[in-house]
Every structure is written in C-alpha cells, then in structure tokens.
Design a protein. Structure first.
Length: 305
C-alpha cells in the first residue's frame, strides 16, 4: 500500500524523524571522550567575519577564498544587493515569491559562488532555494525548530552523509530593514562541548527509517551525530546565553555566505531573507580536513560513513 502524501502525513514523518534520533540510539562507550564545562573550558574564539566590497555577482575583485570559508568564516558583502523589479518588490509584500525570482536568485548565487570559489567549479550542486518573508520570532515554534537559537544545520528527514551545505543568503527587505544573526564558536570546539553526551545509532535503525520513508536516503552515523549536536545546542539554555558568540548585522541589500553545517548560527531579526543552498562532496573541497565529517572522525578516532 503506498504511503500517504498528505500534509498531515508529512508532518508526522518529520516528527518521527526527529524523535528517532533519540529512540534509535545507544550509549557510545567512547571512553577517550570527556566533557568539561564552565571554567574548565579554554577561551574559544568566535566565528570570524570577513567583509568584501564586491558590487557585482558575476564579476569583481574577490576570488579564491575557499580557505576562509572552509576554515569556518562567514563572508559578508554589504554592497551586493539582489535587485528586484518593482512588481517583484510588491509581490514580496503581498504574497509568495514568484518562481522566476527564485530561479533568478539561484543563477546569481551560483555565478557568485563559482567566482569566489573556483576550486568548486564542476562540483557544486544546487540545492533548494527559499524565501522567508515573515519576520523572525522566537518562541512560536518548538525549541527544536526555533532558529533564533544557535545551531548547526541538520535535517532529520534529509541525511547528507557528510556532504557540505553552503548557504548564500541575501536581505531583500523592500522596506530597508536589517537582519541580525548570532554566530558561535568554531565547529571543533562546539563538537567537543557535547562529545561525551553523543550516542551511536542502534544497528538497523537507518534501514528501518528509510523503509518507512521517514528519511530520504540512508541516515549515517555522521547524520545521527549532527542531529544530536543540533538538538543539544538548542536545548542548552546556558550555551545559548553564555557560549562564545557575536552578533552580525546585515543591512538591506547585503549578501553573506557561510557553511551552515559548520558554523553555529541563529537568525535573530529580519524579514524577506532569500537563501540558496549548495551541496559539495567533502572530497571536492580544497581542504577536506576542515569538514565536520573529518573533524568528528578525528575526535572520535573512527570513520563515520
């Protein structure tokens, strides 16, 4: 019998996908791992922000900055707007974004990414493009879905198996409003923070989740760990308040790029954010050792395929 595809069914599978992170888990037994807190933690740096003066998407002075991005920086372009036609600006205020606008932004984003990161040419794959027209509001969603809390990107229904998630974001607000994000500690420090509380998936759980259409593809141990990092951080109010972090403000018409699976981030304020996701295999990076997959493998002394 085919699985139902109604909105209610999709929501139920999403809840099951998230819940399965803790159900299909067992104690890790990694005796070499340990967790410290408070004064035991060495001072950790905050995600660096590098700003560039580029004003065009497909041409400009900046190129070959893969190393900055892969090291966990956020790249900001305060003078790089995505220009809207008058009719498109009105549509943003009155309803959903036209499909043509989303397609045009995807093309601009790809041109920018390939100019900035020539090493990725031929390897970068387009993922979803989305537009969030409503304002950011804390507390309306469940804590797991509250993106005003610092987190690394992880989707319970869409395993990545280590593939990178590169985000190209732009503030489209026709009214000139700003966006504000918080960015947090480097990924290695973030992973060490919760390492002792991470658990392994139960044998056979990935195949069961896939068979039940809870996940689109096989959930690897890496995906299982990333979901736990996402959830542990969002549930940890002391971390949210007191961990190393900084606010970054993006004026209307500005663009920024970050690896969402590597940089803890939180969207605090702003409307009309358009975001294009790109996917990149770890082996196609300029420095694969900086990927979250490789970082977790070093910390745990084992492969996570």
């Amino acid at each position: 019998m085919p699985l139902a595809t109604s909105a209610a069914s999709r929501k139920a599978r999403a809840r099951w996908a998230r819940w399965s992170t803790s159900v299909f888990a067992k104690p890790d037994g990694w005796s070499e791992s340990h967790q410290t807190s408070g004064a035991d933690w060495p001072a950790a740096s905050v995600t660096p922000v590098h700003r560039f003066a580029d004003t065009q998407w497909d041409a400009g002075p900046t190129s070959g900055v893969e190393e900055l991005l892969e090291d966990g920086a956020l790249l900001g372009f305060a003078s790089l707007p995505f220009t809207l036609a008058e009719s498109e600006a009105r549509r943003l205020l009155d309803g959903p974004a036209p499909a043509a606008l989303l397609a045009r932004y995807a093309e601009h984003s790809e041109a920018l990414a390939l100019r900035l990161f020539p090493h990725y040419r031929g390897c970068l794959r387009r993922g979803p493009v989305s537009l969030r027209s409503c304002g950011v509001t804390a507390g309306e969603a469940s804590w797991r879905r509250d993106d005003t809390r610092l987190h690394v990107a992880a989707d319970p229904a869409r395993p990545t198996r280590g593939t990178r998630q590169l985000l190209v974001c732009c503030n489209l607000d026709p009214a000139g409003g700003t966006h504000a994000w918080r960015v947090g500690e480097p990924f290695a420090a973030h992973a060490r923070r919760y390492l002792a509380s991470l658990t392994r998936p139960l044998p056979g759980s990935a195949a069961l989740l896939r068979a039940l259409a809870v996940t689109r593809g096989r959930r690897t141990e890496f995906d299982h760990l990333m979901l736990q990092l996402h959830d542990h951080a969002k549930a940890d109010l002391d971390f949210q308040r007191n961990s190393p972090q900084a606010e970054v403000v993006f004026p209307a018409g500005s663009t920024w790029i970050v690896y969402g699976d590597q940089v803890p981030h939180a969207a605090m304020t702003g409307r009309h954010l358009i975001e294009q996701t790109f996917h990149l295999r770890v082996d196609d990076m300029q420095r694969p050792e900086t990927a979250p997959l490789r970082t977790l493998e070093r910390l745990l002394h084992r492969p996570l395929g």
